[in-house]
Design a protein. Structure first.
Length: 366
C-alpha cells in the first residue's frame, strides 16, 4: 500500500513531535519540512528530512500528498487555504484557527477542491479520557450528572508566541480547546449554556487560565478548569453519578471508583464531629454501603489519528475528528470568551448550534 507523503510546515515542538508520530505509522511518511527559522530548518535536516527553501516550494511539490500545519495559530487559515488550493490534503494542529469564520472558509475551500482537511484533536485518544468516556457510556456509576475536567501547573504561559493575542495565545485556545472537545465528543446531548471566568493574574494580554461551567440539555453539568499558577493541583477528572463517584488524579491514571454496594440493609451513617459541631449529613457512608474499585485503564478500538486520516483519504472511513464538530467547538469557545467578557451566562442555543458532536455527520471531501 502506497504511503501518504506528508510535508511538515513548522518544525518546532509540535512539528518534530508529529514527525515521530508519522515515523511510527505505516500509512504515512515524512516527505520534507519547512520552517521560517533557519535553526529549525537545520534541526529538520539533522533529523534526516529535506528542508524546502520556501513555503511556496513546499506547497508546489507534486510528490507530496499532504501538508501538516504546526505553526503559530494565526497563520493556520492562510496556509491551509493555500495548501488546499494547491491540491493537497491538510492536517492542522489545534486550535484550528483563531475563530469559527476562518474555519468555515477552510471547509469551503476543502469542499471546492475535493481535498481532505482534518484537525489534530489528539486528546480524544488520551487514556484518561477513554477511561472517563467508558465510565460515562457504560453507566458504571449510574447516570453521570456532573463532570469536572482540569489541567493545572505552576509554570505560567510558555515563553513564546502563546503570550500574544494576535497569534492566538492564551490557555482557553491552548488547553481549553482540548478539554472542551473531549466533553462535546463524549456527552450525548446538545450544549445549552456556558458561563466563564478568565484569569489574567500573570499580567499577560492573554488568559493564563480559566474556569468555565457548562450545562447540557440532558441535565449534565461540567466544570472545565485550566490553570498555570497552581502549586497544588486538583484531580484531573472528578465524576459524579447517581450510584457513585470516580476520580482520576493525574496523567499517571491513578484513580478510583466508589459506588453503592446495592445491599438492601445497611447501617446508617453515624454523626461525626466537624469543627465545633456534629454532622450526619457529611459523615462518610458505612463500609457495607459502598464498593471501592480501581479505576481501570481501557483499550480503545479507535484507529490512531494518522491511520484514520489515511483511510479517509482513500475513501475507506469517516474521520474520527469531523470538521463540523470542530466548527461547533470554535463557536462555543467564542461563547466562552463572550461569557467571560460580559459576566453573563450565554445560551449557546441562540447561536444556532445543532446537535452534539457525536450526532453529526462528516463535513469533508475524501
Amino acid at each position: 500500500m502506497k504511503k501518504l507523503k506528508v510535508t511538515i510546515i513548522g518544525y518546532g515542538g509540535m512539528g518534530s513531535f508529529h514527525a515521530k508520530l508519522i515515523q511510527a505509522n505505516p500509512e504515512v511518511e515524512v516527505h520534507g519540512i519547512f520552517d521560517i527559522l533557519e535553526s529549525r530548518q537545520q534541526a529538520g535536516e539533522a533529523d534526516g528530512y529535506s528542508a524546502y527553501a520556501s513555503l511556496e516550494e513546499a506547497l508546489n511539490d507534486a510528490c507530496a500528498d499532504t501538508i501538516l500545519i504546526a505553526t503559530p495559530n494565526d497563520v493556520h487559515k492562510e496556509i491551509a487555504v493555500q495548501a488546499l488550493e494547491a491540491g493537497k490534503h491538510v492536517i492542522c494542529e489545534k486550535p484550528v484557527t483563531l475563530n469559527s469564520e476562518e474555519l468555515s472558509e477552510i471547509m469551503h475551500t476543502a469542499k471546492e477542491h475535493e481535498r481532505v482537511f482534518m484537525v489534530h484533536q489528539n486528546r480524544r485518544w488520551d487514556s484518561d479520557f477513554q477511561m472517563v468516556k467508558d465510565l460515562y457510556e457504560n453507566r458504571k456509576i449510574g447516570e453521570v450528572f456532573h463532570i469536572e475536567s482540569r489541567v493545572q501547573g505552576a509554570n505560567g504561559i510558555p515563553g513564546d508566541w502563546r503570550h500574544l493575542k494576535a497569534q492566538g495565545g492564551g490557555m482557553l485556545l491552548d488547553w481549553g480547546v482540548h478539554l472542551l472537545d473531549q466533553l462535546l465528543y463524549m456527552i450525548d446531548s446538545p450544549l445549552a449554556k456556558v458561563a466563564a471566568d478568565l484569569s489574567y493574574i500573570l499580567g499577560d494580554e492573554v488568559d493564563d487560565g480559566f474556569i468555565s461551567y457548562l450545562t447540557f440539555e440532558n441535565g449534565v453539568t461540567a466544570l472545565v478548569e485550566v490553570g498555570t499558577t497552581n502549586y497544588i493541583k486538583l484531580p484531573r477528572w472528578y465524576i459524579k453519578g447517581t450510584k457513585g463517584s470516580a476520580v482520576i488524579e493525574d496523567w499517571d491514571l491513578k484513580g478510583k471508583i466508589v459506588k453503592q454496594s446495592g445491599l438492601e440493609f445497611v447501617v446508617a451513617p453515624k454523626p461525626i464531629k466537624a469543627g465545633q459541631g456534629l454532622t450526619k449529613t457529611m459523615a462518610p457512608p458505612s463500609e457495607e454501603s459502598i464498593i471501592k474499585e480501581k479505576f481501570e485503564k481501557v483499550t480503545t478500538q479507535m484507529d490512531p489519528f494518522y491511520t484514520n486520516f489515511a483511510k479517509v483519504v482513500r475513501g475507506e472511513s469517516e474521520p474520527i475528528v469531523k470538521n463540523e464538530e470542530v466548527l461547533q467547538l470554535m463557536k462555543i469557545i467564542e461563547s466562552i470568551f463572550e461569557a467571560a467578557e460580559t459576566g453573563q451566562v450565554i445560551d449557546v442555543r441562540e447561536h444556532s448550534y445543532s446537535n452534539s458532536c457525536s450526532e453529526k455527520g462528516p463535513l469533508f471531501i475524501g
